[in-house]
Design a protein around this ligand. Structure first.
Ligand code: HEM
Length: 109
């Protein structure tokens, strides 16, 4: 069963640009990790101040391995060097009980 790990970052308005620039220049090494399934950076649009760093993994063990890997350190180099852009961070954990993408549409041609 896949697991979803969301790092919830509370970002003050004046730090949003810094945070987004860091992610724009991120290492991109997470996607080469064994068991990695998905990543999304979600920017809040409803007047809230929490960005979601959404990741999905094949298993809890795969996620734990990445968190303790060199790839994780490498993926957080700017954060490590430049100090926090977020005021607070919190890890939310889930199991994927159901998931669905778009239905394949019948071709009209
Ligand atoms: C103190 C906690 C954390 C903070 C403040 C933080 C912040 C950041 C920042 C600013 C970046 C942009 C890249 C860089 O800094 O070089 C980044 C990258 C990333 N973060 Fe975090 N992070 C934290 C922990 C976590 C955790 C627990 C996860 C697990 C879901 C996570 C998932 C990611 C991913 C997937 C990337 C992209 C890495 C890559 O491209 O290889 N982060 N994070």
């Amino acid at each position: 069963m896949s697991v979803v790990k969301i790092n919830v970052l509370t970002v003050p308005a004046e730090m949003r640009e810094t945070l987004e620039k860091r992610f724009a220049a991120r290492a991109g090494v997470v996607s080469s990790e064994d068991g990695f399934e998905w990543f999304e950076l979600l920017r809040p649009t409803g007047g809230t101040d929490q960005y979601f760093v959404y990741t999905r993994w094949r298993s809890e063990e795969d996620f734990e391995r990445w968190v303790n890997s060199k790839a994780f350190t490498q993926g957080h180099a700017q954060h490590a060097a430049g100090g926090p852009a977020a005021r607070h961070s919190e890890l939310w954990s889930f199991e994927v009980l159901q998931s669905e993408g778009p239905r394949a549409r019948a071709s009209t041609t």
